[in-house]
Design a protein around this ligand. Structure first.
Ligand SMILES: [Zn+2]
Length: 245
């Protein structure tokens, strides 16, 4: 049986002499694994379809629940991600999140669309940090870890001075109300979070967040996701090292 899926390659691992095993994140079937044959030969027609970030319509042959790529028509390769170190590290986080935090076969149209949108915004706009922060917050919500309130959880006031966050129940607190379960975060992180949380996906290009604040927000969201999911993302470590340069 043959099926068609719109998918992006999130992982590509060498297999046998000339083959690869791909992780495809698809609109129609969620995350699936597929074999692609002969792509390491120099003139292989489907070589492009085995590269990470290749976004294409894949034709898959299914046999006994296993997929083999038999054709692909290219939609986008997001080539520019390879030309800019910052974009490269930011987009690697998106791919890492898909590989490690999304369940196999978990089809979800809204999540797929947001993922592609995030990669597009990182690749083609100059607001790449905001694009990643928006996506990480959206993903946290979809995974059931949404940070719903930004006012102080005890007194209900908008926080202006020192800000504290409880990673367990995902609430903020002002200095007066905080208890021991709260850790201090920067006001910059809090300010940036409020802006990004209230933004709409179609306005990401033009949302203004100071570059340094956006960096702090990304670090905060990646750390928050790692606490909630208990998954340590390698890309988060690499990104933090890149930010520290
Ligand atoms: Zn308070």
């Amino acid at each position: 049986m043959e099926i068609k899926v719109n998918a992006i390659v999130t992982r590509s691992v060498d297999y046998k002499d000339n083959d690869k095993i791909l992780t495809l994140y698809s609109l129609e079937k969620g995350k699936i694994t597929a074999n692609i044959k002969g792509v390491k030969k120099p003139k292989a027609k489907l070589k492009f379809a085995s590269e990470p970030f290749c976004f294409a319509e894949y034709i898959l042959a299914e046999k006994g629940g296993r997929y083999t790529v038999i054709g692909a028509s290219y939609i986008d390769s997001f080539y520019d991600l390879r030309l800019n170190l910052q974009k490269y590290y930011l987009s690697a986080c998106v791919i890492d999140v898909i590989n490690n935090l999304i369940e196999d076969g978990d089809e979800d149209t809204a999540l797929f669309t947001s993922t592609i949108e995030a990669i597009k915004n990182i690749c083609y706009t100059s607001n790449e940090k905001v694009a990643l922060a928006y996506y990480l917050n959206y993903l946290a919500e979809r995974l059931g870890y949404g940070i719903s309130e930004t006012a102080c959880a005890s007194c209900g006031e908008v926080i202006n001075g020192r800000v504290f966050f409880n990673y367990l129940d995902a609430t903020f607190s002002c200095e007066e109300c905080r208890t021991q379960s709260y850790s201090e975060i920067t006001l910059d992180t809090y300010t940036a979070f409020n802006i990004v949380k209230n933004a709409e996906i179609n306005e990401i290009k033009s949302v203004i967040v100071d570059d340094g604040k956006a960096t702090k927000l990304i670090k905060f969201l990646l750390y928050y996701l790692s606490v909630k999911t208990e998954v340590k993302l390698k890309s988060a470590t690499s990104l933090n090292e890149f930010f520290a340069l």
